[in-house]
Design a protein around this ligand. Structure first.
Ligand SMILES: NC(=O)c1ccc[n+]([C@@H]2O[C@H](COP(=O)([O-])OP(=O)(O)OC[C@H]3O[C@@H](n4cnc5c(N)ncnc54)[C@H](OP(=O)(O)O)[C@@H]3O)[C@@H](O)[C@H]2O)c1
Length: 271
């Protein structure tokens, strides 16, 4: 999987042409991982992605997610087929359970496996799972089957580093970091931590957003899906794939954006 993805969230109707242009600009610049979900815009974002990638399916690593409420054995298959229609394709590269929900995981995974057998999905994974939920998942399907856990991960939200990241690295799951720019609430230049970002960015002739992406993908297990409805942002994010931070720079960022102490009890922070 490429290191930088491209996500799309709820978009105003007015933004549609710009968002399609941004997705295509990202593809032109070599990004291939597009992350969407049936949740986003109640299917409208999948339709938008379908339009953006029409004629270019082979360039894309296409990811969508089933809503937990739909994730029964039959419901997952039906949801996947609806997503495929909206995305104008006959397969997904990766299909995720959006977060743990009311249906037994056994049922969701049985559906994922049957979708995989008939070629409608290539791989499957989970999202917003904490370690006990990941343990439960591999107890059902075994090791080396679940491709990833997609979880909230940005400079000011590093909770996954306590347990989820080491567990995933130990079990060979990729981490796909969601909301890498804090859903648009990026550290301001005026703040002390923002200044650390600025200093490192200046040393590389890069932008603070590019430095953030480089930090968030600093280990081989870490991927990220920045959302950009602006073509200029998509290009800037694609260029970050070539940026490598030195160990002292990583240490500076770790000190400037310390993770909150590990929380008691189950559940991960979600958007
Ligand atoms: N699994 C989950 O539960 C979950 C939860 C949240 C998010 N996600 C995934 O993560 C993706 C991204 O998260 P997000 O949508 O919350 O937001 P985000 O990527 O953290 O931030 C998006 C914001 O950053 C701006 N931006 C993008 N590139 C920029 C750049 N180079 N310079 C300055 N600003 C830039 C965007 O502006 P423009 O749009 O104007 O370009 C937008 O306002 C989602 O699309 C989704 O795929 C998953």
């Amino acid at each position: 999987m490429p290191a930088i993805g491209q996500g799309t969230w709820n978009l105003e109707l007015d933004d549609r042409p710009r968002a399609i242009a941004a997705l295509r600009a990202g593809l032109d610049a070599g990004m291939s991982h597009i992350d969407t979900a049936e949740l986003y815009g109640s299917g409208a974002v999948e339709e938008l992605v379908g339009e953006a990638i029409a004629g270019r399916r082979g360039e894309v690593f296409l990811v969508s997610k089933v809503l937990p409420a739909n994730a029964s054995a039959v419901g997952t298959v039906l949801a996947c087929e609806r997503s495929l229609r909206r995305l104008r394709t006959d397969y997904l590269d990766l299909y995720l359970l959006h977060w743990p929900g009311p249906h037994p995981l056994e049922a969701t995974f049985a559906a994922f496996l049957s979708l995989q057998r008939v070629g409608k999905i290539r791989w499957f994974g989970v999202s917003n799972f904490d370690v006990p939920q990941l343990e439960e998942a591999i107890a059902i399907v075994g090791d080396d089957v679940i491709a990833c856990d997609q979880v909230l991960y940005h400079l000011r939200e590093r909770a996954i580093e306590h347990e989820v990241l080491p567990w995933c690295e130990g079990h060979g799951l990729a981490i796909v970091g969601a909301s890498p720019f804090g859903a648009g609430r990026f550290p301001s230049r005026a703040s002390r931590s923002g200044q650390v970002l600025e200093t490192i960015a200046a040393a590389h002739g890069a932008t603070p957003h590019q430095v953030a992406l480089a930090f968030l993908t600093r280990r081989p297990s870490l991927f990220t899906v920045p959302k950009a409805a602006s073509p200029a942002h998509a290009l800037e994010n694609a260029t970050a794939a070539g940026l490598r931070l030195a160990e002292p720079e990583i240490a500076m960022l770790e000190a400037a954006f310390p993770p909150a102490p590990a929380r008691e009890g189950p559940g991960l922070p979600m958007l």
